[in-house]
Ligand binder design. Sequence first.
Ligand code: NAD
Length: 355
Amino acid sequence: MSNKVAVLPGDGIGVEVIAETVKVLKVAKPDLEFEEALVGGAAYDDCGQPLPQSTLDLCRASDAVLLGAVGGPKWDKLPAQLRPEIGALLPLRAELELFANVRPAKVLRSLLNASPLKNTGGTIDLVVVRELTGGIYFGHRERQDNGNTAIDTCKYSRFEIERIAEVAISVARRRNHQITSVDKHNVLETSRLWREVVDEMAANNQDVKVTHMLVDNCAMQLIRDPLQFDVILTENMFGDILSDEASMLTGSLGLLPSASLGSSRNGRTFGLYEPVHGSAPDIAGQGRANPLAAILSGAMMLKYTFADDSGAERIEAAVDSVLEDGLRTADVFEKGSRLVTTSEIGDAIVAKLAG
Ligand code: NAD
């Protein structure tokens, strides 16, 4: 079986954080093979396309994709289809058929002070599993009445609900076996189908406990009592909003990893792994970027694509340990800690793994 990873650093701090991630992955799992390609503004500058065919071909020939971030002021004035975010990210996700977005929100004990909910009396550790290719963002839309009436349609099929619920069940099995399925069942027909299908799947997977929650209540409960959640399973638009809300519970963009998963190929779950943050042009090239979100995305890659849970846990433990030692990049710096650069914190994680 191959262990091939397509590496797309992209633009701005994407390049810096991905360099650290590859360094860490090489030590954590020496049998991975990496091949790099251009994406985003860097690709546009090279060949006039933000997502060159050769980059897409490399992704298709790989088991997983590691992406930094794309975009920046240099390319903001280009026509929409050539802009890195629209011309690269959206087609990449669509072409690779990535239908599940998995975003953990975990407060690391050593960074508890960065969380706005630091007094909750426990540490937040939850995952949002969001359906990514269906629902209202992809439904028919139109204007009527001379442009004065607008229509968006929300559509879900049993197949789409089943496959995302399967992902949530497999994520829950790696954690505390609890799923909160979030919908608006009291109003929406798509939500009624959602609940019907999720209930059928729950009946066939009784090792995982499934409960239901209305989306408005979930938005409130995430703030009131985030410790009650293990895995939140939800549709596209609800997940867009709830995953951003959940991620801010941790306090820093530089710490948030994510995975977008597709179907299994050759017995492996294909996935694209990337930090939640963007290319941060304001700090690019200064060694100030926090690489932990990207490194933790690399740990997710080991877990979900390469089924190497112990490799993932070793990376997570090394990250925790380096933070416990007091090393901090500027975004999470606090008095008494030691300010380090992007590559210094990467080196420290490598040293923990090697030691
Ligand atoms: P951003 O996430 O790049 O930055 C927001 C703020 O957070 C900035 O002050 C930045 O310095 C800080 N920040 C972000 N990541 C950090 C890290 N790892 N370490 C330390 N500080 C960090 O969002 P933005 O400023 O709105 O967007 C900048 C560019 O990135 C835009 O071109 C945007 O379109 C693009 N973008 C790309 C992606 C992606 O590639 N997935 C996602 C979001 C934004």
